[in-house]
Design a protein around this ligand. Structure first.
Ligand code: SF4
Length: 378
C-alpha cells in the first residue's frame, strides 16, 4: 500500500519583537543571523532528502510558520521554497501556506510569493481593535491588517486566513463582536479564533501576577466562543476544529493532517516531526541548529517510537478537537488501554465531553479546556 502524503512544516524562528503573550521559540530578527539560518535550512532540506527522512513520499501541504516568516526578505523565502521543490516531492495541488505579520509585507512581495507557489496567506491579525493590540504588546495596527488583506487580494491571493484571539485583557463581549464583524468585512476564506491562554514565563504572565493585567475570565471566554460560532456560522463559515472556521472547501489541509494523526516532517529549530510511528524534534536553539548543520548533521534532538496504544492515544486526543470528533469505540479502546474510564465518565458528567453513541467530541466548555483535557487523557 502506498503511504499517504506528508505535511511539511518549516519554522522560521524570527520576529521583530516578542508579543507579551507569546511563548514560541524565536529570536529577534537580525539580517546576519537570518542569512546564516537560511543557509542552515537549505542544508537541512538537502540532508533530509539525501538521508531519505521523508522516504521519497509526496508532500500534500507546506506550512511556513514561526515566528514571523515574512521578516525574511521575499528573495530568501522564495529560495527556501525553491530548495524544497528541488529536493522534495510536492503533489501538483500542494497547499503552501505562509504566515505573515501584516506590517511585514508589501503588494510587490506578495506578487512574487504567489508566483513562487504560495497558495494561502495567513495573517496574524490577533484583534481588530487597536486598544487590544496595545494591551497584549502586539506591535502594529488594525489599519495594517486591513491593508495587508487588500494587498494580498490585489496580488492575486484567493485563500486568506486571519488569526484572532479572544479573552484578551480589557476585551469585552461587544469589542469581540466588533472584531468578528470587522473580520467579516475583509471576507477571509478561513478564520482561526484562539482563546488567550497565559503561558508561563511570558510578559503577560508576569503582568497578571503583578496585577497589572486581568487574568482571562473563563466564563466570558465561553460566551465569546459561543458568539464566534454563531456569528461565523451565520456568515457561512463551517467550524471544523476547536479554533478553526472555514468557508466550504477552505479547511486548512495542513492543520487537518495534525488533527487526523497524519504524518509530517518539521524543519527549522524547534520543529517537530511525526513519521513512521516515531516522534522527533529539532533542537530549540538557533546557534546549536546552525552548528549542527554546518557539520552536515541533522539537528534532531530526541526520537520516540510510539507503540500502537500510543498511536491510538494521540489519534483520540487530536481527533477530539475536531467538531466531527472520534468514533466512540476508539475512545473506549483508548480508555481501556490507559485505565482512563473514570476520567472519561467524569468528563461526560461535567459536560466537557459529548457522546452521541457513535462519535465523541469536546463540548463548548471542553473546547476551552482542550489542552487540560488532553493532559488528563494522555
Ligand atoms: S508575531 Fe507571532 S510569533 Fe512573533 S512574538 Fe508575536 S505572537 Fe509570537
Amino acid at each position: 500500500m502506498t503511504p499517504p502524503p506528508l505535511g511539511l512544516y518549516v519554522h522560521i524562528p524570527f520576529c521583530r519583537q516578542r508579543c507579551d503573550f507569546c511563548a514560541f521559540y524565536l529570536e529577534i530578527h537580525r539580517e546576519g543571523r537570518a542569512e546564516v539560518f537560511v543557509r542552515s535550512l537549505t542544508q537541512e532540506i538537502r540532508l533530509s532528502a539525501q538521508q531519505h527522512i521523508a522516504a521519497g513520499r509526496p508532500i500534500q501541504s507546506v506550512y511556513v510558520g514561526g515566528g514571523t516568516p515574512t521578516v525574511l526578505a521575499s528573495t530568501q523565502l522564495i529560495a527556501i521554497l525553491s530548495e524544497i521543490r528541488t529536493h522534495l516531492i510536492l503533489v501538483s495541488d500542494c497547499e503552501i501556506t505562509l504566515e505573515a505579520h501584516p506590517s511585514t509585507i508589501s503588494e510587490q512581495n506578495l506578487v512574487q510569493l504567489l508566483r513562487a507557489g504560495v497558495t494561502r496567506m495567513s495573517f496574524g491579525a490577533e484583534s481588530m481593535e487597536d486598544g487590544d493590540l496595545t494591551r497584549i504588546g502586539r506591535p502594529g495596527s488594525v489599519h495594517e491588517t486591513v491593508l495587508a488583506v487588500a494587498q494580498a487580494r490585489a496580488a492575486g491571493f484567493t485563500n486568506i486566513n486571519l488569526d484572532v484571539m479572544y479573552g484578551l485583557p480589557g476585551q469585552s463581549l461587544e469589542s469581540w463582536q466588533r472584531t468578528l464583524a470587522h473580520c467579516l468585512t475583509l471576507a477571509p476564506t478561513h478564520l482561526s479564533c484562539y482563546a488567550l491562554t497565559v503561558e508561563e514565563n511570558t510578559r503577560l504572565a508576569s503582568n497578571i501576577q503583578r496585577q497589572r493585567s486581568p487574568a482571562p475570565d473563563e466564563g466570558l471566554q465561553i460566551e465569546m466562543d459561543r458568539v464566534a460560532q454563531q456569528t461565523l456560522g451565520d456568515a457561512g463559515y463551517e467550524r471544523y476544529e476547536v479554533s478553526n472556521y472555514a468557508k466550504p472547501g477552505y479547511a486548512c489541509r495542513h492543520n487537518l493532517l495534525y488533527w487526523t494523526n497524519g504524518e509530517y516532517l518539521g524543519l527549522g529549530p524547534s520543529a517537530q516531526s511525526y513519521l513512521d510511528g516515531a516522534r522527533f524534534g529539532n533542537v530549540a536553539d538557533l546557534a546549536a541548529y546552525d552548528t549542527s548543520l554546518a557539520k552536515s548533521r541533522l539537528p534532531i534532538e530526541d526520537r520516540t517510537r510510539l507503540s500502537e496504544e500510543e498511536q491510538l492515544r494521540d489519534a483520540v486526543i487530536f481527533g477530539l478537537r475536531l467538531i466531527q470528533g472520534v468514533r466512540t469505540s476508539r475512545l473506549h479502546q483508548h480508555a481501556a488501554n490507559y485505565g482512563h474510564a473514570a476520567v472519561i465518565a467524569q468528563l461526560l458528567a461535567q459536560q466537557m465531553l459529548e457522546d452521541d453513541g457513535e462519535r465523541s467530541r469536546l463540548s463548548a466548555r471542553g473546547r476551552l479546556l482542550a489542552d487540560t483535557i488532553a493532559g488528563q487523557l494522555y
